[in-house]
Write a protein that binds this ligand. Structure first.
Ligand SMILES: C[S@@+](CC[C@H](N)C(=O)[O-])C[C@H]1O[C@@H](n2cnc3c(N)ncnc32)[C@H](O)[C@@H]1O
Length: 343
């Protein structure tokens, strides 16, 4: 996939179709075409938008892969009547059958409680049909290195400018999480995946004038929003990837990671890298300003047993990544998992 890592731009048009649609469909066609003959089923989404996305995807396929069928896409609707979501209720994914799930529509109305999305090999955020963004591709279809950076930036870049207006009320929750992580005066505190920097003022107050705070994020537009919000005054803001941090070993006293881990293609790689830069005894705070059930419900689904932040998954994941989980608290209005760096 072309690496256009510039965050959200208004986006050009190509033959009257938004370039972003071309980028996503061209990438999927490139990944899927070698597997032809193949049936690709576009599931989820609202009917018109799903049909239009399917047609664009079909167009992007090379002539040599014509065994791909759009008819299957257009023919499926399930018992719920006119919604594609139910395709996965009647068909199993198979080697020659790929499900592309479009996340869209009013939140809280995902049919099958998120089962369609869970079983799809490709998931696309399609809330804005002009700005589709890949959120998951089964690693057997494509190495995440081929799409993860570009698509994460496209996803968060589009949301950066409105982020604080939408979630700004959460600031006291961030202050509470920082207090619980208890950075020491003089510490280096890292906020990895800092977004607009909502935790940065509390981190800066905790480490004091002798300490240092760095906010690091993959998405340039998020850091720009952090600057606009004045958070560059209390922290250094760096572009970077949580999986390859630009810091030496064992320098940080506290690592703060809000809303990050669930977005990493392989959480154990990210957690191991966070451990590498943390001194023995240093802390990791994984945080979200809403509980996990409430967050899942906002996306119209329930918490799935395979999610990395489930306690029974997180405990061994932490242990193998250099951390010991010391507190796990999943309330309605916040989630936090605190861990200590072990050697
Ligand atoms: C859900 S947002 C949370 C932002 C902020 N921590 C907050 O709580 O408001 C996730 C953030 O993680 C960033 N992100 C995703 N993957 C990342 C990675 N591999 N390295 C660094 N940042 C990443 C995104 O750009 C986005 O700003």
């Amino acid at each position: 996939m072309r690496n256009r890592c510039t965050g959200h731009t208004p986006g050009g048009m190509l033959d009257g179709v938004p370039e972003r649609i071309h980028e996503v469909t061209a990438f999927l066609a490139e990944v899927l075409a070698p597997r032809a003959p193949l049936t690709v089923i576009v599931d989820g989404g609202d009917h018109g938008a799903a049909a239009s996305f399917a047609a664009r995807l079909a167009e992007a396929f090379p002539a040599s892969a014509r065994a791909w069928t759009v008819d299957a896409v257009l023919g499926l609707s399930g018992p719920a009547g006119g919604r594609f979501d139910s395709a996965l209720n009647v068909l199993e994914p198979a080697a020659d059958r790929i499900f592309v799930y479009l996340r869209s529509g009013p939140r809280g109305k995902q049919l099958g409680n998120g089962e369609g999305e869970r079983r799809a090999q490709v998931v696309i955020d399609h809330h804005d049909p002009q700005w589709p963004v890949i959120r998951h591709v089964h690693p057997r279809l494509a190495d995440p290195e081929r799409w993860y950076l570009t698509e994460s930036r496209a996803f968060f870049g589009a949301r950066a400018a409105g982020w604080d207006a939408k979630f700004g009320d959460d600031l006291p929750a961030y202050a509470m999480a920082v207090e619980t992580a208890a950075p020491r005066p003089g510490d280096l505190a890292l906020d990895v995946g800092c977004g607009t920097g909502r935790a940065l003022p509390a981190l800066a107050a905790a480490v004091g004038p002798q300490g240092r705070v760095v906010g690091l994020d993959l998405t340039p537009a998020m850091l720009q929003a952090a600057r606009v919000a004045g958070r560059g005054g209390c922290a250094d803001l760096l572009i970077g990837d949580a999986r390859r941090l630009p810091f030496p070993d064992a320098v940080a006293g506290v690592v703060f990671a809000a809303g990050l881990v669930q977005h990493l293609p392989d959480p154990s790689v990210g957690l191991t890298e966070l451990a590498r830069v943390t001194r023995p005894g240093g802390k990791l705070m994984i945080f979200h300003p809403s509980g996990r059930a409430a967050l899942a419900a906002r996306h119209g689904r329930s918490v799935r047993p395979d999610e990395p932040l489930n306690r029974e998954n997180l405990e061994p994941l932490m242990a193998k990544s250099g951390w010991r989980l010391t507190r796990y608290d999943d309330q309605d209005d916040y989630f936090l998992a605190l861990a200590e760096r072990v050697i």
